[in-house]
Design a protein around this ligand. Structure first.
Ligand code: NAG
Ligand code: NAG
Ligand code: NAG
Ligand code: NAG
Ligand code: NAG
Ligand code: NAG
Ligand code: NAG
Ligand code: NAG
Length: 909
């Protein structure tokens, strides 16, 4: 208690400093209540201050189950191409925890769940994806400060607006979280778990003097600590524990633990951010009373890795006593996304294994940032305007609003535009150090003094210094710039003569309005502009590349079309050329014939309800009108190709490319499957192909096209087993500016989006729902609807799979014909994504592009794992030691028995 009071006192002493700056005062805490209006102390003794930011808007929110004051406000930013940064003062060469939290709370009343990026300096930290308006997202990162400030930025919103609820900085002391990689890597926190916890609430300040969040092991979350051995029991003690070393876990965390009373502890959990290299430690302390003849000895159990399991833990011995901390682990270990681990007692041990806490962090490579970063940082020190406080790296992840950078991996600044910004003083010399600069705009300010030497900026081509108070001569060094095309210095106070080198150059030059500046020997004071009139366009406006919906760059139609479109070619026999007209029997045309006849759909002669009509002339001179509707406009290699059309008498035919291998449905559970079902990697590739086809419909065509009837019988396989999406018979165009299309519900039972069914409002997310069902079918080999296969009271694959996946039992749904020939991580990835796709509400579902990305990641995982499974003697064993389930605990003595020292090094020290 006295302890706590002391802290409060300290806080009040440093309070004024915290208010006007985020400077790291003792004890090194900064707690920004984003969107807050005043400072206050919360119930656990943290001092919160409002976030002093010139950008963004603040808003109050109300979330029923979250009453903490810092979560009643937030700050949000425009969804533009800029970045919005918090600049925090830190102490160089000190380690910190930075924590950013996000509670959406539907602040914009749009229920569009935001998705945006956060970065630390130039390094992409994470993409924040909100999937529940009332759930708090927490991100933690541990870093070594290498400069006196650090910037945390928000940018790149793909949906909704970027926003932030709190930003916290916690300073560590001593060698807490030291790693040998800290100059080049950050650590992002993936799991920090307090085992045997008393409640579901995390342990934090003041129990943890560094205010880390120690999550309770009794928290109920999907894929968090499942597969627990039934013999697992909680134990706890009130005895003090010596924790003041290594990472200094809080005493209260070490006072609780779990014990495997039946001889083993087992767990499985998903590690956000992994697979990758990480830092993983376990925290042990003997807190049970063992009789003199009793012992607790155990070893790590890792499915698929016997080597690490050779190491033995004997807590009391390793920690040199009871109630003392023993913290073994690995400073660089390769971990999977789905981590299974366990501890088993040795046969000569009387007690089962015990575990107090563990922590797993992932290495995040620092981005070195723009080459001009330090110069730019120095440059903005001269200014106090908002634009000088934008913070972060000048170019990454997005550039400051007043500069432009090139696209190099380590970018350079190519344009500085500070026109009419009330700049005073000399032209900052730092500008002359930007060696990649091509354009400089400083016109319309009150700059004084001479024009500096820009010789170092060899690429400079456009310089605007007009309408300032610049004095001195027009420097002859300007003639050194080989690429100079435009130089504007009019209306300054320049004097002397214009260098001949400039007058002789092919240059747009204006030096008028400088009454003491003359042309030189001629002595004329007239204002002249010589040289070519190079266009002074500032920014290249990127050409908008729109979907080539019609073959080879055809015009597109924006009309809404009724269901059931098809291509139709109406012959319009002109009376003028009747002489040549053949019989009135309808003809078959190939697409290329029509393309030729219409000169690539050159002349639009009308647009009716069913599509655009083009004029054409056949080789024999016959004039035709061609009506083009939806089908012919869709070209993508993952969509079944429409080849042609034929109409004769009352019959009409559509001609498609032939798909040798039939439908996906037949391969999953048709008669074809017997004994030769398609393997997992093939299934993933089929998912990828189909997603690409759908993505094209949703995003590649204007207006977007919603398929409406995605199902396994509409996914066709060619002779190489590549998949194409077929049957646009029901497709609808999404009308511009309207995010949904209301219509009579169509689709197929089992695949039908329930929200669409109820509201009759169709969006692209309805297709995502159907695609989620297809993913579940790929995993399970089950039909979408079945009366028998899903147990009692369940006819639907979605309900059935959801139940299994959410309880962590993915094995229960995996198609048995896949045997064990798949990587569990890629399976999990797809299973979790599939569940997102079949969320009840469209706005909670990912876009098809996001799903596609996950599928591609799953394919990468699967391919890597397949190589390992194939087994290449020596190489494989080395490889698997690097990348399979490797969290490990070893006694220092035993460690040396592990072959590869560099990857599995215990950090006990
Ligand atoms: C950071 O520290 C500097 C002095 O070192 C101070 O002038 C400034 O106000 C502080 N900035 C912030 C954002 O706290
Ligand atoms: C509030 O409820 C949401 C579910 O809607 C849950 O995800 C979140 O964790 C809850 N927050 C708190 C602080 O209990
Ligand atoms: C912006 O986000 C999208 C989607 O998450 C991503 O593909 C893209 O690379 C990001 N852009 C930048 C500049 O980080
Ligand atoms: C680090 O901080 C902890 C908690 O505030 C304190 O107990 C410990 O003495 C400090 N250690 C050093 C080396 O400053
Ligand atoms: C512990 O193991 C014994 C013997 O194997 C078994 O009978 C008992 O059910 C197990 N207890 C639990 C909780 O699993
Ligand atoms: C960790 O080990 C891997 C594999 O040996 C290596 O590539 C990597 O650079 C090491 N360090 C980090 C921080 O990942
Ligand atoms: C420049 O100064 C004027 C007068 O003080 C002010 O009205 C204007 O907003 C300023 N412009 C900028 C870009 O700061
Ligand atoms: C131009 O030169 C004259 C004579 O040297 C000087 O008096 C005057 O102030 C100068 N004018 C400007 C605008 O610099």
């Amino acid at each position: 208690m006295a302890h706590k009071k002391l802290f409060l006192l300290l806080f009040f002493l440093v309070f004024p400093f915290l208010l006007d700056s985020s400077s790291a005062q003792m004890p090194g805490f900064v707690s920004l209540d984003c969107g807050g209006t005043e400072s206050y102390t919360d119930e656990i003794g943290l001092i919160w201050s409002p976030d002093p930011l010139a950008y963004g808007e603040t808003v109050n929110i109300k979330v029923a189950n979250e009453t903490r004051r810092q979560y009643t406000t937030l700050r949000h930013f425009p969804a533009d191409s800029r970045k919005y940064c918090y600049n925090l003062n830190v102490t160089s060469r000190t380690r910190y925890l930075i924590r950013a939290t996000f509670l959406y709370g539907n602040f914009d009343n749009s229920n569009v769940y935001p998705k945006f990026d956060i970065s630390l300096g130039a390094t992409h930290w994470e993409t924040i994806v909100i999937s529940d308006a009332n759930a708090l997202e927490v991100r933690e990162l541990i870093f070594l400060a290498t400069s006196p400030t650090i910037s945390m930025c928000l940018s790149n919103a793909t949906t909704g607006k970027p926003f932030i609820s709190t930003l916290e900085l916690r300073q560590f002391n001593g060698s807490v979280y030291y790693t040998e990689f800290e100059e080049e890597f950050y650590l992002t926190v993936s799991a920090r778990i307090n085992f045997g916890a008393d409640s579901e609430a995390p342990v934090r300040y003041p129990d943890d003097p560094f205010d880390r969040l120690w999550a309770s092991d009794s928290l109920k979350k999907a894929n968090y600590l499942v597969d627990v051995d039934p013999g697992t029991k909680k134990v706890s003690t009130k005895m003090p524990i010596a924790v003041n070393k290594d990472e200094m876990p809080p005493e209260i965390v070490m006072q609780t633990a779990v014990v495997g009373t039946n001889g083993s502890l087992t767990y499985r959990l998903n590690l956000d951010g992994f697979p990758g290299s990480g830092w993983a430690v376990t925290y042990f302390s003997e807190i049970e009373d063992l009789a003199s003849d009793e012992s607790r000895k155990f070893r790590l159990q890792l499915p698929g890795n016997s080597d690490i399991g050779k190491a033995i833990v004997n807590i009391e011995e390793n920690a040199q006593g009871k109630y003392r901390l023993y913290e073994p682990g690995y400073t660089n270990i390769s971990l999977p996304f789905v981590l299974s681990f366990g501890f088993v007692k040795l046969s000569d041990s009387s007690r089962g294994p015990l575990l107090n806490a563990m922590e797993i962090n992932k290495y995040l490579k620092k981005n070195e940032g723009s080459l001009d970063g330090p110069i730019a940082a120095n440059l903005v020190l001269h200014f106090s305007s908002d634009w000088a406080q934008e913070g972060g790296d000048p170019c990454l992840p997005a550039s400051w609003s007043w500069i432009r950078c090139n696209t190099d991996l380590q970018p350079r600044i190519v344009l500085v535009k500070l026109s009419s910004q009330n700049l005073t003083g000399n032209i900052p010399i730092d500008l002359t150090k930007l060696s990649g600069l091509t354009e400089l705009w400083l016109d319309g300010n009150s700059l004084t003094g001479p024009i500096p030497d820009f010789t170092g900026c060899v690429d400079l081509s456009i310089i605007h210094l007009e309408n300032n108070q610049l004095t001195g001569e027009l420097p002859s060094t300007l003639t050194n710039l080989p690429n100079l095309k435009e130089l504007y210095v009019q209306n300054n106070k320049l004097s002397g003569t214009v260098p001949n080198g400039l007058l002789n150059k092919d240059l747009a030059l204006d030096y008028s309005g400088n009454i003491n500046l003359s042309k030189g020997s001629g002595g004329s004071r007239t204002n002249i502009i010589i040289g070519s009139s190079v266009g002074a366009g500032l920014l290249l406006i990127a050409a908008i590349v729109s979907c080539i919906c019609l073959h080879k760059g055809k015009k597109k139609s924006n009309e809404q079309e009724p269901p059931g479109q098809s291509l139709s070619v109406q012959k319009l026999v002109s009376s003028k050329s009747d002489a040549h007209a053949p019989s009135e029997v309808a003809h078959c045309f190939t697409f290329s014939e029509i393309e030729d006849a219409t000169k690539n759909f050159e002349k639009k002669i009308g647009s009716g309800g069913f599509g655009v009509v083009y004029y054409g002339k056949m080789k024999d001179g016959k004039e035709i009108a061609v009506k083009v509707t939806l089908l012919s406009r869709i070209h993508h290699r993952n969509l079944v190709q429409f080849l042609g059309y034929c109409q004769e008498d009352a019959r009409s035919m559509l001609v498609y490319e032939f798909m040798h291998n039939g439908t996906l449905k037949e391969h999953l559970y048709g008669p074809l499957t017997r004994g030769r079902s398609i393997n997992w990697i093939k299934r993933l590739e089929i998912a990828e192909d189909s997603a690409k086809g759908i993505e094209y419909l949703h995003t590649g065509c204007i207006p977007a096209i919603i398929h409406r009837d995605l199902k396994t019988s509409n996914i066709l396989l060619d002779k190489h087993m590549r998949a194409k999406v077929a049957d646009f018979g029901l497709s609808k165009l999404a009308v511009d500016g309207v995010s949904h299309v209301s219509s009579i519900v169509r689709g197929t039972v089992g695949y039908l989006d329930p929200e669409y069914y109820i509201s009759q409002q169709l969006t692209d997310k309805s297709d995502v729902y159907s695609f989620g069902v297809i993913l579940l079918e790929l995993i399970s080999g089950q039909e979408a609807i079945s009366n028998e296969n899903f147990g009692v009271n369940c006819r639907n694959i979605v309900q059935w799979a959801k139940l299994h996946i959410e309880s962590g039992n993915i094995q229960g749904i995996i198609d048995p014909t896949l045997r064990n020939d798949y990587d569990i991580q890629s399976m999990w990835k797809i299973a979790e994504r599939a569940l997102m796709c079949v969320q009840p509400h469209g706005h909670m579902r990912p876009s098809i592009s996001e799903v596609l990305k996950e599928i591609q990641e799953a394919i990468a995982l699967e391919k890597e794992a397949a190589i390992m499974r194939a087994g290449y003697s020596d190489e494989t064993s080395r490889y698997s030691a690097h990348s399979s389930l490797n969290i490990g605990i070893v006694g220092a003595d035993h460690f040396l028995s592990i072959d590869d020292e560099s990857i599995a090094r215990p950090s006990a020290r």
